[in-house]
Design a protein around this ligand. Structure first.
Ligand code: NAP
Length: 246
């Protein structure tokens, strides 16, 4: 028996990295999954890797677009008949100190993370409210807890996701919809592999468990928050950080 048997989940930015690991874990636990990603071909390939059309479907979705988000969520209800879980995971970084960060880099990061999460939250909430059930998991970051130099845009967006999650949790609790967030620390993925080695080493030195996290270790916490194992939890923020900045 899987923890998500018979459930339908949508995950944004799920063609690779943490999002794909979440999709993979959810499918292994019995869910049918809709993989949203800005890269349509990559979303389709990711869905095929999970076993094809009986289990997964890939949909092009730019989370900054409300109409793309509508189409993504409609794929869940039309293709698989329900929307039980949404994971707002899509993300980008445009790191630079304030001295060099452009207004465009600031806006891009705020748009994808904050507007993107808000689009998913409000659209999924409307569907889940009608069903009187659902679980939403928003991917924040440790950067949103402590603030990281070179990430005024990203830290602001990720802290904003915490406030947004708590506000939405309060609006939706009496409709049977739970909203929680995860703050990953240093997780091995394409996003962090792009980091210069000295930055990576600096972060490693801050981790009590003395290793980076793996995408599967974020996915298992997402599974917990998406499933009935966390049925009395809403508005929480779980850190997956190896003890960094506890
Ligand atoms: P990743 O490997 O870069 O994956 C992010 C995915 O989101 C990519 O497939 C990307 O597509 C997609 N995406 C980007 N912009 C999008 C948009 N506008 N609409 C839809 N999809 C979009 O990064 P990751 O490490 O797995 O990160 C996943 C989430 O975890 C992000 O929210 C990130 O901020 C958060 N996080 C990561 C870490 C870490 O250490 N890795 C730590 C804390 C938080 P393209 O590749 O085509 O752009």
């Amino acid at each position: 028996m899987g923890l998500l048997d018979g459930k339908v989940a949508v995950i944004t930015g799920a063609a690779q990295g943490i999002g794909f690991a979440i999709a993979e874990r959810f499918a292994a636990d019995g869910a049918r999954v809709v993989i949203g990603d800005i890269d349509e071909a990559a979303a389709t390939t990711a869905a095929e890797k999970l076993g094809g059309s009986a289990v997964a479907t890939g949909v092009r979705c730019d989370v900054t677009s409300a109409s793309d988000t509508d189409a993504l969520l409609a794929a869940a209800t039309e293709r698989f008949g329900a929307l039980d879980v949404l994971v707002n995971n899509a993300g980008i970084t445009r790191d630079a100190t304030m001295r060099t960060m452009t207004e465009e880099q600031f806006d891009q990061v705020i748009d994808v993370h904050l507007k993107g999460t808000w689009n998913g939250l409000r659209k999924a909430s409307a569907i889940m409210r009608a069903q009187q059930r659902g679980a939403i998991v928003n991917i924040s970051s440790l950067s949103g807890k402590v603030g990281m130099a070179g990430q005024t845009n990203y830290s602001a967006a990720k802290a904003g996701i915490v406030g947004m999650s708590k506000a939405a949790a309060k609006e939706m609790a009496h409709h049977g919809v739970r909203v929680n967030a995860i703050q990953p620390g240093l997780i091995r993925s394409a996003m962090t592999e792009a980091m210069p080695e000295h930055v990576w080493e600096g972060k490693m030195a801050e981790i009590p468990m003395q290793r980076p996290g793996e995408v599967a270790e974020v996915a298992s916490v997402a599974l917990f928050l998406a499933s009935d194992l966390s049925s009395y939890m809403t508005g929480t923020v779980l850190e997956v950080t190896g003890g960094r900045f506890m």
